[in-house]
Write a protein that binds this ligand. Sequence first.
Ligand code: ZN
Length: 325
Amino acid sequence: MGGRSGPSHFPDRLSPHVLFVFLDGVGLGPPHARNPMAAAWPGLEQLTCGQRWTCQTQPFFRPQHVFRHLDAALGVPGLPQSGTGQTALLTGFNAPRIAGRHYGPYAHSRTRAVLARYNIFRRLKARGFLVAFANAYPPVFFEQARQRDRWSVTTRCCREADVRLRTLDDLARGEAVAADLTGRRLREAGFPVTPIDEAEAARHLVALLRRYDFVLFEYFLTDQAGHRQDLNEARRVLSSLDRFFSELLNLLDPERHLLVVTSDHGNLEDLRVRTHTRNPVPLIARGRGAEVFRHACDLRDVTPAIVAALETAATPSFRPSPPRP
Ligand SMILES: [Zn+2]
């Protein structure tokens, strides 16, 4: 074998395969009539041991299952934004502090160096893990992003880490997932996409997990529904997510997989306001290695914990015992 030091040639059962589902704009707020998260969502509640996703749900730590409230404000005044929040999530650095304020939706110029060097894809690849970004993008996305040099934080991470951005061809082969899970929006926009249901989208993600140590999927309809303050739209989005997570949890094996779900800032949980909120965001870690998340407090704690979950699970049996003195 070559000099590859990474764990991907280790027997499969030793290291978890990590699926990170990033939900944009989902906070934990007080339950009230304009908080759609406070309704009953059985699929989502499977992730929180039958409890609703509100600020009243206490954090818990059970074997292979952790639920935390993460601070998204990071000691910086003002309303958290996606550019700095996602950078904090995907690097472990206090991006709003580096930028001097909450900034978004794109990466702030002062955080780009950190994003380039320390993003989760890069850190995992440097350790020999195989990584993938599951979202499928239509050709127009690449054209517009290139023309304006405006890449979302996640696609910027991919570019910096040489992770391939998936296309509609990948989607057609079942090797990617549309941003809305089903592909209906792409279809409505005129792209040659055959919509699937949420259960099928979950199957596609789990199929990717067989080939990669780490898979990221980004979902932003939650944030969009929050900005629109439309309760019916919010319910449609949550019902779609609910179906997705129900099937995902059927498919994932907690002995082999680690599911991580979190967000960059609040929004959807308070439709009384059009803006983001300063509410904490939920963090769910479920499956092999979830314990490493039990002390997570803010957005910066997610990337280091994912790295630790992959490393600690992958290495112990292979580490030779230290020589006796
Ligand atoms: Zn937003």
